[in-house]
Design a protein around this ligand. Structure first.
Ligand SMILES: C=CC1=C(C)c2cc3[nH]c(cc4nc(cc5[nH]c(cc1n2)c(C)c5CCC(=O)O)C(CCC(=O)O)=C4C)c(C)c3C=C
Ligand SMILES: [Fe+2]
Length: 505
C-alpha cells in the first residue's frame, strides 16, 4: 500500500488520512520516524523540539519514509510505505492506563483516616519548609476536629463516598472502549487519599509487567492540589523505583478542552434544560470546587484559567446548538478561613435569588463522578439555599460518570497520548533522555507550581472573626497558635495532644 500526503501540516496536527488512517505530526531536529498501528500512523522522533522523544522505533519496525525533513513541517510531504500488520507497539508491549482520582471514605469509620491522608498532603496544607515536620501531627489534629462534620455529610449520602465504585466502573468502561479501538490495555485506578491507593496501583502495574503506561488524572482541569499532588507523588515513587523509572509513560495533565468532553457536558446540560417548563429562562449555574486564591495568585495554579476556559467552551457549544441561557461560574466547598476563589457558590445563589432569577440549573464542573459535593453539598445544601432565596425551579446536571461519549473520548485521549510515551530521566540510574513531550512530570509541575512557594495553609483549626480581612488574619493567627502548640508538644514530649493520644507519628 502506498499513500501520499502533501498538504500543509503544522506541528501537533492530528488528521485523518484517506481510508480512515490517522496521522499525528510531531516535530524533530534530527531524524524523523513514522510508524503505525492498523488504524493510525504516528509521527515522531527520539529528539523532539520539546526535549522528549515521541517514539522509539526500531529498524525492524520502520515502514515509512519522510521525503522532506526539517524542523518545521508546514510544507512537509510524506510518502507512507507499506502499512502491514506491524504496529509501533511491539507484541511484547503491555499497555496500561492509570486513572488518578482523589478517593473517598467508604464507611463512616474511614472518614477521619481519609481526612488525615488529605491534610497530611503537603500540596493541601503547604507548610514552610521549617515546619514540615509538623505536617503529620497537624493533619492528625485537623482531621480529628473535622471528622464529625464530614461524617455527617457522608452519613447523609448513604454512609460513604461512591467514588471508588464509580471510578472502577469508569475503568471497566474505558477498557472496553479501548478494546473496541483495537487497543488491549489494562486500566488501573490509583487514589490519592484512600483505597486503592496510587501505591497499590503501581505495585499491580509492576506485577502485570506493563511496559507502556498512560497516566490520566480524572480531573478535567489541572490544579496543584489535585492532579499536581498525585503527579508529584508518582514522580517521587518513579524516581526511587528501577522498574517504573524505565517504564515508558506519558501524562495527560488536563483535558477540559477536548471536543468529546465539551460535547458530552453540553448534551447533559441540554437534556436537563429540557425538563424545565421554560428552558430559555433557566440560569445555568456552573459550580466548581474551589481552591485558595493563593494557589492561583502566588503559586501559579492554572486551575482558575482552565476552569473559565472550560465553561466558555461548554457555553459556546450550547450556543451553537441554539441555547441562549445566561450563565454564571462560582466556586464551592471552601475549607478554613483563608480566601478561596470567588464568587462563592452560596453567596452567588443568594445574589441570583435577589435579582429575581426563578429557574436555576446547577452544573458541577470540576469532577466527573458523583461525590459528596454533588450529592450532599449541591443537592441538599445549595438546593435548600436556592429555594430559600426565591428560586422556584431547581435542577442539577448529573456527573458524567460512565456517559458513553465521554468514555469514548477518554479512550481517544489515551490512543493519542500513547505514542508520546517515554521513560523517565533518572540521574542515578542508567540515564535516558526525558521523553514525555507534554513535559515530564517534573517539568510539568515546575511549569505550573513556579517555585513551589510556601502558601498560607488553606485549613486552620479555629475560625472566628466576621470581616473579610479578618478571615485571612484569623487564619494566620490560628495557624501560628497551632504551630506554636505543636512545637511545644514536639520539643517537650508533653502536652494536651499527647494526653489525648493524638500524637502518634
Ligand atoms: C477539582 C476538584 C478538587 C479540588 C481542586 C480540591 C481541592 C481541595 N480540597 C480540599 C479539602 C477537602 N476536599 C474534600 C473532598 C473532596 N475534594 C474533591 C475534589 C477537589 N478538591 C472531591 C471530589 C472530594 C470528595 C471525595 C468524596 O469522598 O466523595 C474534603 C473532605 C470532605 C469534607 O470534609 O468536606 C476536604 C476536607 C482542599 C483544602 C483543597 C485545596 C487546597
Ligand atoms: Fe476537595
Amino acid at each position: 500500500m502506498k499513500l501520499s500526503y502533501s498538504e500543509k501540516i503544522s506541528l501537533g496536527n492530528y488528521f485523518t488520512y484517506k481510508g480512515g488512517i490517522s496521522c499525528q505530526i510531531g516535530c524533530s531536529r534530527n531524524g524523523n520516524k513514522l510508524c503505525h498501528t492498523e488504524k493510525s500512523l504516528h509521527f515522531g522522533t527520539r529528539d523532539s523540539l520539546f526535549g522528549g522523544s515521541l517514539l522509539s522505533v526500531s529498524k525492524k519496525r520502520e515502514k515509512v519514509d519522510i521525503i522532506k525533513r526539517g524542523h518545521n513541517f508546514r510544507a512537509a510531504s510524506l510518502i507512507v510505505g507499506q502499512a502491514e500488520e506491524d504496529s509501533f507497539l511491539d507484541k511484547y508491549e503491555k499497555v496500561g492506563v492509570l486513572l488518578l482520582n482523589l478517593g473517598g471514605p467508604e464507611t463512616l469509620d474511614d472518614v477521619q483516616p481519609f481526612l488525615y491522608n488529605l491534610f497530611a498532603d503537603p500540596d493541601i496544607i503547604r507548610l514552610p519548609r521549617l515546619f514540615r515536620f509538623l505536617q503529620r501531627p497537624l493533619a492528625k489534629f485537623i482531621s480529628t476536629l473535622r471528622a464529625p462534620k464530614s461524617a455527617e455529610g457522608y452519613a447523609a449520602i448513604g454512609g460513604g463516598s461512591p467514588l471508588r465504585k464509580i471510578t472502577d466502573e469508569q475503568a471497566d468502561a474505558l477498557k472496553k472502549a479501548l478494546e473496541l479501538k483495537n487497543l488491549p490495555a489494562k486500566v488501573y485506578v490509583g487514589m490519592r487519599y484512600w483505597h486503592p491507593f496510587i501505591e497499590e496501583a503501581l505495585e499491580q502495574i509492576k506485577k502485570d509487567g506493563i511496559t507502556r503506561l498512560v497516566i490520566l488524572p480524572l480531573y478535567p482541569q489541572f490544579s496543584i492540589s489535585t492532579s499536581g499532588s498525585s503527579l508529584r507523588l508518582l514522580e517521587s515513587i518513579f524516581r526511587e523505583d528501577e522498574y517504573l523509572s524505565r517504564m515508558e509513560h506519558t501524562v495527560i495533565p488536563s483535558w477540559y478542552h477536548r471536543g468529546g468532553y465539551v460535547q458530552s457536558m453540553a448534551t447533559l446540560i441540554e437534556k436537563e434544560l429540557s425538563k424545565f417548563h421554560k428552558p430559555e429562562e433557566v440560569h445555568i449555574f456552573f459550580s466548581a470546587h474551589g481552591v485558595p486564591v493563593s494557589y492561583v495568585k502566588e503559586a501559579g495554579d492554572p486551575y482558575k484559567a482552565e476552569m473559565e476556559e472550560c465553561v466558555d467552551l461548554i457555553m459556546n457549544e450550547l450556543k451553537s446548538r441554539g441555547v441562549k441561557c445566561k450563565h454564571t461560574l462560582a466556586y464551592q466547598s471552601r475549607v478554613g478561613p483563608v480566601e478561596w476563589l470567588k464568587p462563592y457558590t452560596d453567596a452567588k445563589i443568594k445574589e441570583l435569588g435577589i435579582q429575581g432569577i426563578k429557574s436555576l440549573l446547577a452544573v458541577p464542573v470540576s469532577f466527573v463522578s458523583e461525590h459528596i459535593e454533588t450529592l450532599e453539598e449541591i443537592d441538599m445544601e445549595y438546593r435548600e439555599l436556592a429555594i430559600g432565596s426565591g428560586i422556584v425551579n431547581w435542577g442539577r446536571v448529573p456527573a458524567l460518570n460512565c456517559e458513553p461519549t465521554f468514555i469514548e473520548d477518554l479512550a481517544d485521549a489515551v490512543l493519542e497520548a500513547l505514542p508520546h510515551a517515554g521513560a523517565m530521566s533518572v540521574p542515578n540510574l542508567d540515564p535516558r533522555p526525558a521523553v514525555v513531550p507534554l513535559g515530564s512530570v517534573e517539568e510539568l509541575l515546575v511549569t505550573y507550581d513556579v517555585m513551589r512557594r510556601k502558601l498560607p495553609a488553606p485549613v486552620a483549626v479555629w475560625e472566628w472573626g466576621w470581616t473579610k480581612s479578618a478571615e485571612t488574619w484569623n487564619g494566620r493567627i490560628a495557624m501560628l497558635a497551632v504551630l506554636g502548640l505543636l512545637l511545644l508538644e514536639v520539643t517537650s514530649g508533653e502536652g494536651i495532644l499527647h494526653q489525648l493520644g493524638m500524637f502518634h507519628y
